[in-house]
Design a binder for this molecule. Structure first.
Ligand SMILES: NC(=O)c1ccc[n+]([C@@H]2O[C@H](COP(=O)([O-])OP(=O)(O)OC[C@H]3O[C@@H](n4cnc5c(N)ncnc54)[C@H](O)[C@@H]3O)[C@@H](O)[C@H]2O)c1
Length: 276
């Protein structure tokens, strides 16, 4: 149900690959809520994915950019401002990739060139995007910047590998730049720590089916899906959350506050009884 929460607002959405992407679901909701959008992804993702379909639905141009390239980010921000006729109001960083995870290289035998790539794509890109926006004074006062994170930044989850380190850096950037941008222009910067979700990036995580089953049993409200996450991002872009900044906001059905649930214990008891 649309409530015109983003009426008159403009924003850039990074990371819509296909209709499972959290960025895709968020773009659809932002469009429904009255926002004007620019969509962006890497040229490769544009070729492999379906972003042009989303562009048609949302009546939004797609401006390619590799989020690790300052040059391409400059071009994106300048072209977006031309498109909007000035500054914009919100931005979603929905970007993650680890070559170590992709190639099945474990954390204790990590490839350091890949590790640097993981950090650059999944965390430093957030800093680069914000720095380029600030240089161009591209975001309106009381604007909202959101990046998607995961609880592996705080807790160790088997198999999440170097992405856990990237998420810890990502969340720290939100605090460090949140102070600077908040102080200067009242722009808020937060991370949303989302439940495991079956997307293209999500399905690359080791043991994803088991993880989703585990967190579903552990969370009193159940896992949050991509549409739930989109709703939360809309709230964060809206004027209803103007004093929320420098936070890592759990959006996980309560998982992050749990130790053991009845449902998980029942499952564990069962396998314990069945064990030889
Ligand atoms: N799926 C989950 O379980 C889950 C849980 C918590 C947080 N997240 C986070 O949500 C975000 C979005 O992931 P998703 O699950 O929607 O998967 P997704 O695969 O749909 O999206 C990941 C996006 O990152 C983009 N990307 C990769 N390298 C890039 C680069 N160099 N420059 C610009 N874009 C690049 C990809 O093209 C893709 O569109 C990621 O930050 C991910 O870590 C996902």
């Amino acid at each position: 149900m649309a409530n015109n929460l983003l009426d008159g607002k403009k924003g850039i959405i990074f990371g819509a690959l296909n209709d499972k992407s959290i960025a895709w679901r968020t773009a659809l909701r932002a469009h429904e809520e009255g926002a004007r959008l620019v969509l962006t992804n890497t040229p490769v993702a544009m070729r492999l994915g379906d972003i042009n379909q989303l562009s048609e639905i949302c009546d939004a141009p797609v401006i390619p950019a590799d989020a690790t390239s300052l040059e391409e980010l400059e071009n994106l921000v300048v072209k977006s401002m031309e498109h909007f006729g000035g500054r914009f109001d919100f931005l979603l960083h929905s970007i993650g990739m680890s070559p170590n995870v992709r190639k099945g290289i474990p954390y204790d035998n990590i490839n350091y060139d890949y590790y640097l790539k993981t950090l650059d794509i999944s965390a430093l890109s957030f800093h680069k995007i914000i720095q380029v926006c600030r240089k161009h004074d591209a975001i309106n006062e009381w604007g909202s910047v959101v990046a998607l994170s995961y609880v592996a930044a705080q807790r160790t989850l088997f198999g999440y590998n170097d992405m856990a380190d990237a998420k810890a850096v990502l969340e720290s950037i939100a605090r460090s730049f949140g102070y600077i941008y908040g102080r200067e222009k009242r722009i808020r910067i937060n991370t949303v720590s989302q439940s495991p979700t079956m997307t293209t990036a999500g399905s690359g995580v080791k043991g994803m089916d088991s993880l989703i089953d585990f967190t579903e049993r552990m969370s009193p409200l159940g896992n949050a899906d991509a549409d739930d996450c989109a709703d939360y991002c809309i709230a964060m872009f809206s004027d209803l959350t103007r004093k929320v900044t420098m936070q890592n906001l759990y959006h996980d059905g309560g998982f992050s506050s749990m130790g053991m649930s009845e449902k998980a214990m029942t499952q564990y008891d069962k396998s314990f009884r069945e064990a030889p």
